[in-house]
Design a protein around this ligand. Structure first.
Ligand code: SIN
Length: 321
């Protein structure tokens, strides 16, 4: 079978990190090594003429911004439209990888594979994990049935919907929670454990490219002694949406809940999620605050932002009619 091209987009992260000493796995600076240099260190990939590489950004993903997301979505859309491109691999920092994965899945809903990969050790480490992760990501992107946005780390494939960083140091830093991984990559072969996750519906990528100002949506957390103070401060700053990372089944301290209900009555969109790492909120009838439909707080925030963007686009279209 003729191999079509794979696109490898670099965005930064530890995978592109540099430390002063090879033995230093934590005192490095992320996002220093260019994508071409990273790929040159993986001889098995170079020289085939089957890869197109591009540096989209060079950031430590803790500093990820809406501008980088919009730029990345535009490049993904551009390459996916090319019939000669089989799929896309994106190198990314681990810290906000799950957010970028969910964002790209929501706005691109790709029929081809878009595989995010990363590393927990910098490129200069004695035994960097980045090259193997890239090789595994390429194996997934080459799989004939692969589709949608997935993340690959430490030989495990996670869906954009379920993936979460759960460890600050281990090489196998991600989990899909109780949904379980999509599969494993073993010696360049993908062992699929479940169906490819269905792309969800979301806002069209083209609409994202037109967003001038992103609606401000923040996250507040429930905890012992939580109050409405933070909610009021955010409402005073003009926040348009709030996601509450509730306790357990999305429960909220009565004082915080009173503040959230006041904010909701004044037009701020509120969504209830859980700070639990596994499982999802089970809806209770009569709850005045909508639940996140199984999304973690950070992903519920992106969903709410995209919903507000779609709502703004509809009202401006109605205004112009
Ligand atoms: C980052 O997220 O860019 C730095 C941390 C990492 O990639 O592990």
């Amino acid at each position: 079978m003729k191999h079509r091209k794979l696109v490898i987009l670099g965005t930064g992260g530890t995978i592109a990190g540099k430390a002063d000493h090879a033995a230093d796995n934590i005192g490095y600076t992320a996002a220093k090594v260019g994508i071409d240099q990273l790929l040159a260190a993986i001889p098995a990939l170079t020289g085939s003429g089957l890869f197109i590489s591009e540096q989209v950004s060079q950031v430590d993903s803790k500093d990820m911004s809406f501008d980088v997301w919009a730029q990345l979505a535009a490049r993904v859309r551009h390459f996916l439209a090319d019939d000669d491109v089989q799929g896309i691999v994106i190198t990314h920092g681990t810290d906000t990888l799950e957010e970028t994965a969910y964002f790209l899945q929501s706005v691109c809903q790709p029929a081809k594979p878009v595989v995010l990969t990363c590393a927990m050790r910098p490129a200069t480490a004695l035994a960097p994990d980045g090259p193997q992760n890239v090789m595994d990501a390429v194996a997934v992107a080459r799989h004939p049935e692969a589709c949608g946005v997935v993340a690959v780390c430490a030989g495990t494939v996670h869906s954009a919907l379920d993936v979460q960083k759960v460890h600050p140091y281990k090489l196998d830093a991600f989990s899909s929670g109780d949904a379980g991984p999509v599969g494993y990559v073993e010696e360049g072969r993908l062992r699929l454990l479940r169906n490819w996750p269905f792309p969800q519906t979301g806002i069209a990528c083209a609409a994202i490219e037109k967003v001038a100002t992103w609606p401000r949506v923040e996250i507040v957390m429930n905890y012992a002694g939580a109050s409405a103070l933070m909610v009021q401060a955010l409402v005073d700053q003009g926040v348009r949406g709030l996601v509450v990372a509730g306790t357990g089944n999305g429960t909220i301290h009565e004082d915080l809940q009173a503040g959230l209900l006041r904010a909701q009555a004044s037009g701020v969109r509120i969504v209830r999620s859980t700070r639990c790492l596994e499982g999802r909120i089970l809806p209770l009838s009569g709850n005045a605050i909508a639940d996140s439909q199984g999304l973690s707080p950070v992903k519920a925030r992106i969903a709410l932002m995209l919903d507000l963007v779609a709502q703004d686009a509809t009202s401006s279209a109605v205004g112009q009619a």
